[in-house]
Design a protein around this ligand. Sequence first.
Ligand SMILES: [Zn+2]
Length: 248
Amino acid sequence: MPKIDFKERYSRQIRLPSVGEQGQKKLSRSRVFIIGMGGLGSPVALYLAAAGVGHIVIADFDRVDESNLQRQIIHSQSDIGELKAASAARSLKAINPLVDVETLDYSLDYDDFLTHAKTVDLLIDCTDNFPTRFQLNRASLETRTPFVSGAAIRWAGQVTAFDPRQDDSPCYQCLYHDTEVESTTCAMEGVIAPLVGVIGTVQAMEAVNILLGSGQLAGVLWLFDAQFMEWQQIRLPKNPNCTACRVT
Ligand SMILES: [Zn+2]
């Protein structure tokens, strides 16, 4: 491994009074679990690795397809046909050899999410399907692990966070009931490339905030219309009848 000067490498973050050397060390000791190494997972993982988050678990069972490369910037032309988890891990190690990268390249079930949620500080949803998000939400609630969620399709994106450590924080199922899910995907509907970068980068920013102890998006949903460049912020109340997070 090349010799890396911790203070020099992270000097522009350490310089920030609200980060400092303490905050940077906190990031180095942090562990995150990113589910999905596609359009959203790419900027999330690249920024968290570059910013010095010490341990990153990445999950994706898919392989890199030519149609992914328009927006999934963690993968390159030469990675076509490779497992996304392996291809992404290579990019992360290239950008920051100090980061430990753990890859899960198989389809995960609820028990897998639970097992890994217990070992990390933060879950980051970068998938494109509702069943996985509901499972992640349950694992987040069960282990009281904060959960950053993003979605992007066509020209529209959204991002929010859920923090079960806060009593008034809603959960994913307060927002979407698990019986009313529509399963549209980018493969069916299309997606404009930089949109996933915008949403993924906001997810990475909120992840850093949460890891430093100052998360901002629990209970707030940000909606972005990329065609008209409009952001909208909506308060997300906790649903008192939510079957997932209701205290009985
Ligand atoms: Zn709920």
